[in-house]
Design a protein around this ligand. Structure first.
Ligand code: JFZ
Length: 485
């Protein structure tokens, strides 16, 4: 194809060089952000486990529960004060008490007989996920495991699923994950709307907030009972469900400094008496029990100098929604690369359908992630940040050995390129000796680009990578290993 005397290849080269030229002029450096809010755990065993955590990079997070049956927001519709947003898809009733009774009664029709723990664990493994975080109990108090401290659970006789051999879903899933060599994280909600020592009468007949329905200063014994219940559930999880890598305690609005002291630190200390290397997430706290940062539905603008994971939904909601809109595979690959380049993990959340299966569009995206990682994973897993970690469409990572990677994110129209360039920017201007394309293993033809070439004042502006004949550019991103002189 010839356009105005130029072949397609020449046009692509021109486009490529144009994009290089306009990008090589800016200086862009990202400095790591020291964060004084982070308090490292005292335990050396937990500190070492956090290095394991930092190596994993990709987590499959799953929100599953009663809310999944109706495809509505998880737990939050029970909070009257949040109903303005949380009940947006609850159009069949406007009566607060009526709705709450209906929501709580969903345990009587919870029967995800197509939940295939081994199948999900195998899929997660194949798609490059390294650990799985699952909702053992969300704010609504319904337990997806056989808790000895409540009858509001999948294994209770009033729940149809209780007759299923996998009724203790946490047990089935965690065992299946470990069989695949995956880590396991227990999402557990500190608030429990179904517990009457948190919400009297389950909040029915009360305009509920996300806080207890009573003043805990006036009924300290009631609050103490709730905290003991919470401790018992955390301990039964770490005692009866095998090795758990992360205890992910949600409900960060219950804060000690706001008068809702639950004694979480003591609970985690007691849990570590059973599992010493347990990583704890005590959301809402900034103490030694908040071992990893958990930015939600967001990615920090710059690298963080402590362990963290961005928890982000593959679609719009945490739980399953019938009319979900999913992020594209390109967005998800770029999201993972961006998070990893900033030193974090991506906890990508998928909400199983009411029957227990994962939605087909989610599976397709997970498989696309896995396909990309099968070719480029060395630039992702077990890496750490390098400064600068990004420059326009480039992200940079490094192995602990020091080997560096440059990952070029391709936008939708950026296909068929014949070359690209890695800019020399402050902090990244060492002379490049060799560049290898990770997906093919092919050595790239490289050439240093100078401004004012030949003149005494010539300055190296970057390295031009010319793709060899037969080069197959990835649809979403290409990782390159860089060796320096
Ligand atoms: C929390 C949960 O509430 C949410 O349902 C989901 O499980 C997510 C992973 O974690 O997200 C929050 C946390 C705090 C608020 C709202 C949602 N808040 O304080 O409004």
């Amino acid at each position: 194809m010839v356009i105005k005397g130029k072949t397609y290849a020449q046009l692509m080269a021109l486009l490529c060089l144009t994009s290089i030229a306009c990008s090589l002029n800016a200086q862009h450096v990202v400095h790591a952000t020291r964060n004084d809010k982070y308090v490292a755990p005292k335990s050396k065993v937990v500190q070492d486990k956090l290095e394991w955590f930092r190596d994993q990079k990709l987590c499959l997070m799953m929100h599953f529960g009663l809310y999944s049956i109706l495809g509505i927001t998880e737990s939050w519709p029970l909070v009257t004060a949040d109903s303005f947003w949380a009940r947006a898809d609850v159009e069949w009733t406007k009566d607060d008490a009526d709705f709450k009774k209906q929501y709580y009664a969903l345990n009587r029709c919870f029967n995800p007989i197509r939940f295939d723990a081994k199948g999900i664990a195998g899929l997660a493994k194949r798609c490059g996920f390294r650990y799985v975080t699952f909702t053992t109990k969300h704010h609504d108090g319904f337990c997806l495991y056989d808790s000895k401290f409540t009858d509001y659970k999948t294994t209770a006789p009033d729940c149809p699923y209780s007759t299923n051999p996998n009724a203790d879903m946490v047990k089935s899933l965690f065992e299946a994950c470990r069989a695949q060599g995956l880590g396991v994280g227990a999402y557990f909600s500190k608030p429990d709307f179904h517990h009457t020592d948190f919400w009297e009468n389950f909040g029915i007949g009360t305009a509920t907030s996300r806080y207890p329905t009573y003043d805990i200063r006036k009924q300290p014994e009631k609050w103490a009972r709730f905290c003991e219940f919470t401790k018992n559930q955390i301990l039964e999880l770490v005692s009866g469900y095998g090795p758990i890598d992360i205890m992910w305690l949600d409900g960060g609005w219950l804060k000690k400094e706001k008068g809702h002291d639950m004694g979480i630190g003591e609970m985690i200390d007691a849990a570590r008496a059973v599992q010493p290397d347990l990583i704890s997430v005590n959301r809402g706290s900034k103490d030694e029990y908040m071992n990893i940062g958990t930015p939600e539905q967001s990615v920090p603008g710059e690298p963080l100098d402590y362990p963290w994971e961005s928890c982000i939904t593959i679609g719009g909601g945490w739980g399953y929604h019938f009319d979900e809109t999913y992020k594209s595979s390109r967005e998800l690959v770029h999201l993972l690369v961006d998070v990893v380049a900033k030193g974090g993990n991506l906890a990508l959340n998928v909400g199983p359908m009411p029957d227990g299966r994962l939605p087909r569009p989610a599976v397709e995206r997970m498989e696309a992630l896995g396909a990309w990682l099968s070719k480029n994973g060395k630039a992702i897993y077990s890496t750490r940040t390098v400064t600068p970690c990004s420059y326009k469409q480039w992200r940079f990572t490094r192995e602990r050995s020091g080997r560096e990677y440059a990952i070029r994110l391709w936008r939708e129209h950026e296909q068929g390129f014949l070359c690209t360039a890695i800019p020399y920017i402050e902090g990244r201007n060492r002379v490049v000796k060799r560049i290898v394309h990770m997906a093919s293993g092919a050595d790239m033809e490289i050439k240093t680009i100078y401004d004012r070439p030949g003149s005494p004042e010539a300055i190296a502006k970057g390295v031009l990578i010319t793709f060899p004949a037969g080069f197959r550019q990835d649809e979403y991103a290409d990782a390159f290993a860089i060796e320096y002189e």
